[in-house]
Design a protein around this ligand. Structure first.
Ligand code: ADP
Length: 634
């Protein structure tokens, strides 16, 4: 959940959660009604003994009855009885009984004889009491109805909605001036900000544009991996332009009833137009904006209707209606072409994972609220967080702050940041569950990876090797690319697979057998090899052809197509090529490691002793000159 949503509290809550709370409250209310009714019905009788009439008379005869109060045929009162084991002090007990329907002539003399105090009450009930008793159930039912209705309205989150307000939009609305976020809070993303400046200008002074007949783009598609700041940027645009902001995730349009999505879209656009200039932000637009007619994802009629409604709303903007729709997706490839047509989402802004400098800026933005010790070097941290998104970086700093809090520190130190980073990259440390024999084998496995990473010309450099069990892995060799890699070459990919296979090859060399510890390595190596062969045209036998595998969006047409678009024969060929490639690279790993068994053992031994070795330690162990003797692989 983003910061502003949290500040606002309600509204953005998932429906399932709020209806659960609602049910719990309703059940409580019903239980309370029952308890009250029970109390009313039986008030005063709970701690009294209900005596049969003849026992009551027997007690009268024995002069045990102290007092009674009479109301109609109901008798309440107290009697006295001797305490246990002949205790001389008498005890008083409450009782109730009912008079028989006939006249009992014995009763009056017995009461006189026993000198019983008698209080008589009138049987006519006051009008106030009658009214209360007859209206109470009705009042409770009406109260329950209003209570449920009000809670539902609150949970659906839109103001004056009734009990059955399915058709109303669930968009979270931020009023003008309530968003304090500006472009200063968005680090990097300079190109995107530049593109959006025009929109902000338009929202601030639409007249300037309308006067000269300019058509400002109404739909802007923000594309990029999760956590790269799409929502943040959209909100910052609203903050900069100081306009109301309506935010919704496209999946929130869809309900199980057909037509609800379209109606919600209509409602949201209506509300935004009323408050224009305004921004509508639709997150995860791909959940309704997938290629129509693909029949993917179930309930596609509803999705299509919703999408059509979005399109027709966007077409229907009058020139003076200054509403801009920002939409976000991380799957631009599956979007319906109709969405991307001029007049709709015709302006596209791509957000990439941040590079080193941008990462530093993001870290600085989020470090503002965290006290940092002198020894913290954010530039160094940014260099060691390749592949992190903005959200990951924010999470890293938060994890460090949590760790510092747990240790009762007043500042986040470099060591704490390191621990937080390792926890995120490698997983949380587990208790030591390894026997000495297992530890030896894992040290050998990791040494195999590390040695190959040191030796191979195109492999990423080793940053750290450890045999501390974390998450699901028992050890880890962490590599860091020297520069950001945006284009992967064949030699880099081959070296990468060779390093992956180095662990199991080392085990085979030293122990003459494999272990199950290489499962993940094999999986990753195979997947990479499959991409090289099937997507990146790196196999001579298959040539530069992309072989798509069964992904959702390739089901074209109403009928389900085959999950892949190539023949059985080609599938066999791909499998064979992948097998050959991985096999060849494994053989090369074996050749390289078998000529450096002494180094392998040295590294494994050091690892076993120290558990963690950083880049410098590995280098000094293996000798600097060997680093230059990297092997080039074809
Ligand atoms: P997306 O919508 O692309 O999945 P978000 O905008 O929700 O990503 O980003 C999640 C969080 O990550 C933001 O709230 C913000 O704290 C942080 N973040 C992402 N990108 C940036 C950035 N460029 N500058 C500052 N913070 C960022």
């Amino acid at each position: 959940m983003r910061r502003d949503e949290q500040e606002r509290g309600s509204g953005g809550q998932p429906e399932a959660g709020s209806s659960q709370v609602l049910w719990r409250q309703a059940i409580w209310l019903v239980v309370m009604i029952f308890a009250l009714t029970y109390w009313f019905a039986g008030s005063g009788t709970l701690d009294s003994e209900n005596l049969p009439y003849n026992q009551f008379k027997a007690k009268l005869r024995q002069h045990e009855i102290v007092e009674i109060s009479l109301q109609g045929d109901q008798v309440r009162g107290t009697y006295r009885f001797a305490g246990e084991s002949g205790d001389s002090t008498a005890q008083i007990m409450k009782f109730t009984t009912t008079l028989p329907p006939y006249e009992d002539a014995e009763l009056a003399p017995l009461l006189d004889e026993g000198r019983v105090i008698i209080r008589a009450k009138s049987t006519t009930v006051g009008w106030g009491q009658t009214l209360l008793v007859s209206l109470l159930p009705l009042a409770l039912v009406v109260g329950l109805f209003f209570f449920v209705s009000r809670s539902l309205r609150k949970n659906v989150g839109g103001g004056e909605m009734g009990l059955f307000s399915f058709a109303k939009s669930k968009a979270r609305r931020y009023s003008r001036g309530s968003i304090s976020l500006t472009f200063d809070d968005v680090a990097g993303l300079d190109n995107a900000k530049l593109d959006l400046h025009e929109i902000i200008d338009f929202l601030k002074a639409p007249g300037d544009y309308v006067r000269v007949g300019a058509k400002i783009p109404r739909g802007i598609l923000l594309m990029g991996p999760p956590g790269t700041g799409k929502t943040l940027l959209a909100k910052a645009v609203a903050g900069e332009a100081e306009v109301p902001f309506f935010s919704i995730s496209a999946s929130e349009f869809i309900e199980m009833f057909v037509g609800v999505g379209a109606s919600r879209v209509r409602d949201m656009f209506e509300a935004a137009k009323k408050e224009a200039p305004a921004i509508i932000f639709i997150d995860e637009i791909d959940s309704v904006g997938r290629t129509r007619g693909s029949g993917v994802g179930g309930g596609h009629d509803e999705r299509e209707q919703t999408l059509n409604q979005i399109l027709s709303e966007m077409d229907g903007f009058a020139p003076e209606q200054t509403v801009v729709v920002l939409a976000a997706t991380n799957r631009p490839d599956v979007l319906d072409p109709a969405l991307l047509r001029p007049g709709r989402f015709d302006r596209k802004i791509t957000l990439e994972l941040p590079l080193k400098e941008a990462r530093l800026q993001i870290l600085k933005v989020h470090a503002r609220r965290i006290p940092m010790a002198e020894d913290v070097d954010l530039a160094n941290l940014s260099a060691r967080t390749v592949g992190f998104s903005g959200a990951d970086l924010e999470n890293l700093l938060n994890e460090a702050a949590l760790l510092a809090g747990r240790r009762k520190l007043t500042q986040v130190t470099a060591t704490i940041l390191d621990l937080a980073r390792n926890k995120i990259v490698l997983g949380a440390e587990r208790d030591n569950i390894l026997s000495d024999e297992e530890k030896k084998r894992i040290a050998c496995h990791e040494a195999g990876h590390a040695l190959l990473a040191m030796r191979l010309e195109h492999a990423d450099r080793v940053a750290q090797v450890s045999i501390i069990p974390r998450g699901r892995s028992l050890g880890a060799t962490e590599q860091l690319p020297e520069e950001e890699r945006t284009n992967l070459t064949q030699s880099y990919l081959c070296d990468r697979i060779t390093v992956m296979l180095g662990g199991r090859v080392a085990e085979k060399l030293i122990y003459d057998e494999y272990s199950s510890g290489a499962e993940e390595d094999i999986k990753q190596a195979t997947s990479l090899a499959r991409h090289m062969v099937g997507q990146w045209g790196m196999s001579e036998a298959l040539g530069p052809v992309a072989f798509r595998r069964g992904e959702e969006h390739i089901f074209l047409g109403r009928e389900m197509a085959q999950p892949r678009d190539f023949s059985e024969h080609t599938a066999e060929l791909i499998d064979e090529e992948v097998r050959l490639l991985v096999g060849r690279l494994e053989k090369q790993a074996l050749n390289l490691l078998s000529t450096s068994v002494a180094d392998l053992k040295k590294l494994a031994h050091a690892l076993e002793e120290r558990e963690v070795l950083d880049a410098g330690e590995v280098e000094s162990l293996l000798g600097g000159d060997r680093l230059n003797s990297k092997v080039h692989m074809e």
